[in-house]
Design a protein around this ligand. Structure first.
Ligand SMILES: C[S@@+](CC[C@H](N)C(=O)[O-])C[C@H]1O[C@@H](n2cnc3c(N)ncnc32)[C@H](O)[C@@H]1O
Length: 282
């Protein structure tokens, strides 16, 4: 069977399964398995039996709702490659807003070699991207899941980023006490509410629960981390959070209640309030 014939079969299967991105997903699977960025340029080329079987298997898995990013095992975030598996949240484009916020603060404040801690690091996408963009920064990634820590190590090596990876619970005082005088603390913690957990999209159900669930109202991590980690920040240091749709006022109030100043809420590319940045005041 040639590439075009197999592509049409896979695309049709994906379409019937209700996948709106069927063309894109089929193309990504072909690119990955045939190791060819433009697999349809040589559409009459025969596909070997082994590749055909793998392509058909991946298509089947995708039709069942298994996330494309886990199927491929690698995805781009802020232009950098990140290896992924079911131990880590799939990096979202929304989180690039958080990266932009940190870079903007560093530019504005003239910080050339800031000390940065990324809490709840997951795949390491935030910590590693910041180290790539701010090469003189001292960057720490803190993550509780051992499976995720293995992925952060892999991604740091893949991107040639020298960061300090700490396997610890961000909700424990002793973890926060390991860090002092941070210029920037950034976090995209679990923020899905109990109600939302019951209604998760099919794809999201494959992602680790501990990366998603943020307590009854989704705000447990913001409440605990804001007071716990305040003393890990330098005077006038910055705390930045990503949060879920509709949580901006609650997160803003938590920051105000903890005596932070210069609170700025930023919308993501879809126009939804997505991040908060705030400055420490002692
Ligand atoms: C929403 S994911 C964010 C991952 C990554 N920062 C990103 O933006 O894609 C939250 C991460 O927090 C981790 N986590 C959950 N509870 C934690 C805790 N108590 N201490 C440290 N990390 C925790 C999860 O394992 C998960 O990797």
């Amino acid at each position: 069977m040639n590439r075009k014939q197999l592509y049409d079969i896979c695309m049709e299967k994906l379409k019937i399964s209700g996948n709106e991105d069927f063309e894109f997903d089929a193309l990504c699977i072909f690119q990955d398995i045939l190791r060819d960025k433009y697999p349809l340029f040589r559409s009459a080329e025969e596909v070997g039996a082994e590749c055909e079987k793998t392509i058909r298997d991946l298509t089947e898995r995708r039709c069942e709702g298994y996330p494309l990013q886990y199927l491929l095992g690698e995805w781009e975030f802020y232009g950098y490659p990140f290896r992924l598996n079911e131990n880590v949240l799939i990096p979202r484009p929304d989180t690039e807003t958080l990266i932009e916020n940190v870079l903007e603060i560093c530019r504005r404040q003239g910080m050339k070699s800031p000390k940065i801690a990324d809490l709840c690091s997951g795949s390491g996408c935030i910590a590693i991207t910041l180290k790539k963009e701010l090469t003189l920064a001292e960057v720490h990634a803190v993550e509780l899941s051992e499976g995720a820590v293995d992925i952060i190590k892999e991604n740091a090596a893949l991107n040639g980023a020298e960061i300090n990876i700490v396997n610890a619970d961000v909700l424990k005082r002793e973890t926060a006490e390991m860090f002092r005088n941070m210029d920037i603390i950034v976090s995209n913690p679990p923020y899905v509410t109990a109600k939302e957990m019951a209604e998760l999209q099919r794809e999201v159900r494959y992602e680790p629960e501990m990366a998603l669930y943020g307590g009854e109202d989704g705000l447990d991590f913001y409440r605990a981390m804001t007071s716990l980690w305040k003393t890990s920040l330098a005077d006038e240091g910055w705390l930045l959070y990503e949060y879920g749709d509709g949580q901006h006022s609650d997160v803003e109030k938590i920051l105000t209640d903890n005596n932070f100043k210069n609170i700025t809420l930023t919308r993501d590319l879809a126009g939804i309030y997505r991040t908060a940045s705030a400055q420490n005041r002692r």
